[in-house]
Design a protein around this ligand. Structure first.
Ligand code: 0O2
Length: 268
């Protein structure tokens, strides 16, 4: 890699990261908009800093001109899931994507690293279109649970603090906490069904409140204003009482009324 031109060299990697982040975030919001559980909880991405790239090249004995060829995570995407089971769904989604090629996979969940690190890595070639033409960009997608991510961030900071030579005593503690994280993920897996049910109810209830507010706004444009203000007071009373079933019933009645008045089709 020509160091004097590193900004230009990294431009297509930035494009790949931006596009991939948008795509995965879009999947997350599409699942939610469809009222379905999203196996993706958070998505972040970054292009490796030039300092971190030089550091890694040095560590791995990679020559400057070999950096792009031999370092797979210049473009990095991190997908965080709530549950370990979701990781496999996300890996399957990636395998099915037609705008990238899966080159290799590293399963550090079934086979954790010596440090205790657990995560699933998928190395891909992602196609981008630049003003200089088509490029296939290497990217590493790391998929892990919230708990694995927490551990990994702490361990990464300690690696930095101790310059990669974590003292034995600290390493032992990290290893023990990695085991605790594994137990936590197992424990969470056993209550996954309950957690998903309650999240689904929460989504339905917030959707119900949003629908009620939409209906009120639309009715205000077509119906008698005093009558709408009266409905609004009634809604707030039901809302304050906190009975979710009564709120759902209120929503259904308001839906009917809005349909009768032709208020549901109104758009701003
Ligand atoms: P950064 O700063 O996160 O980008 P390696 O030779 O093991 O260093 P390789 O061969 O590129 O790396 O592949 P691997 O093992 O899949 O690791 C790539 C990335 O996974 C690392 O990038 C880290 O982000 C993460 N990772 C791997 N092992 C560990 C670990 O033990 N602890 C933590 N916290 N993260 C790990 P970088 O460039 O090392 O770091």
């Amino acid at each position: 890699m020509e160091l004097y031109a590193w900004r230009e060299k990294l431009a297509p990697y930035e494009l790949a990261v931006e596009e991939l982040v948008i795509k995965f975030r879009r999947m997350m919001s599409d699942y939610r908009a469809a009222g379905r559980y999203s196996p993706i909880e958070q998505v972040t991405g970054r292009v490796k800093t030039i300092a971190s790239m030089l550091d890694k090249a040095n560590r791995k004995g990679v020559e400057l001109e070999e950096i792009e060829e031999k370092i797979d995570d210049i473009a990095g995407i991190r997908i965080i899931c709530q549950f370990e089971e979701d990781i496999h769904s996300v890996v399957e989604i990636i395998r099915q994507m037609t705008d990238l090629e899966v080159v290799s996979e590293n399963d550090y969940i079934s086979h954790p690293k010596e440090s205790g690190y657990r995560s699933y890595h998928v190395n891909v070639l992602y196609h981008v279109q630049t003003i200089y033409g088509h490029r296939r960009i290497k990217a590493e997608i790391q998929i892990r649970t919230l708990a694995m991510n927490f551990w990994s961030i702490i361990e990464h900071s300690l690696q930095y603090k101790y310059n990669g030579a974590i003292p034995q005593e600290v390493g032992n503690r990290l290893w023990a906490s990695a085991r605790a994280v594994q137990r936590l993920d197992l424990e969470m897996a056993s209550i996954r069904g309950d957690v998903m049910d309650s999240q689904s109810l929460f989504r339905q209830d917030s959707g119900n409140v949003a629908d009620i507010l939409n209906n009120l706004q639309n009715l205000y444009r077509v119906a008698d204003k005093d009558a709408v203000l009266c409905i609004q007071r009634e809604f707030y009373e039901v809302y304050r009482q906190g009975d979710k079933e009564e709120l759902r019933e209120f929503g259904r009645k308001l839906d009917k009324l809005a349909a009768e008045k032709g208020a549901q089709k109104l758009r701003y």
